[in-house]
Design a protein around this ligand. Structure first.
Ligand code: HEM
Length: 147
């Protein structure tokens, strides 16, 4: 089960980063070109939200079964060791904040009445979400195929 979850989490991580980057880029372009908030912009924000939520669910289960999650607290040095603190505290905390920002970003779009306001709102929330996720991704593991 652990290996299956790790593989799923790895695959979703790659998908979240790609789709979220496309979302942020489309917000920048839409804002810069004063474009219409069209179906594509709507779809990418929705896919970002779905993938981020899926990743949250898989990550949460992983947190309870992986030796790098909750179990890491069995070691009294968990906080003083940067490597164990990374997964046990930083990775989960920062990613949950990022997923909340993405959720607020998507739900807030409906309340914006102009295309410009939608792109600006999307850029702020999805952009912040992306920056936070990127700040706590274990890049060396993302670029190592787990299969
Ligand atoms: C979009 C957000 C997230 C991204 C991009 C992400 C990315 C990653 C990556 C690339 C790994 C290494 C996977 C591997 O080497 O096979 C990892 C591991 C892990 N992630 Fe996440 N993650 C995210 C959110 C979360 C959340 C919200 C949680 C917990 C609620 C979580 C819990 C974990 C745990 C416990 C591990 C260690 C798994 C192990 O190797 O045993 N992640 N994450």
């Amino acid at each position: 089960m652990l290996v299956g979850l790790q593989h799923t989490h790895w695959l979703l991580a790659a998908l979240v980063l790609i789709v979220l980057s496309v979302t942020v880029l489309s917000m920048v372009i839409g804002l810069g070109m004063k474009a219409k908030f069209n179906n594509f912009a709507n779809r990418v924000t929705l896919f970002s939200l779905i993938l981020a939520h899926l990743q949250f669910v898989v990550g949460l289960v992983l947190y309870f079964v992986s030796p790098l999650g909750m179990k890491a607290f069995e070691n009294p040095d968990v906080m003083s060791n940067a490597a164990s603190r990374f997964y046990a505290v930083e990775h989960i905390a920062i990613n949950i904040i990022a997923i909340i920002l993405i959720t607020v970003g998507r739900s807030g779009l409906k309340r914006k009445t102009t295309d410009n306001a939608k792109f600006r709102h999307g850029l702020i929330f999805f952009g912040l979400g992306l920056v936070l996720i990127m700040s706590r991704v274990p890049w060396e593991r993302l670029f190592t195929l787990p299969f």
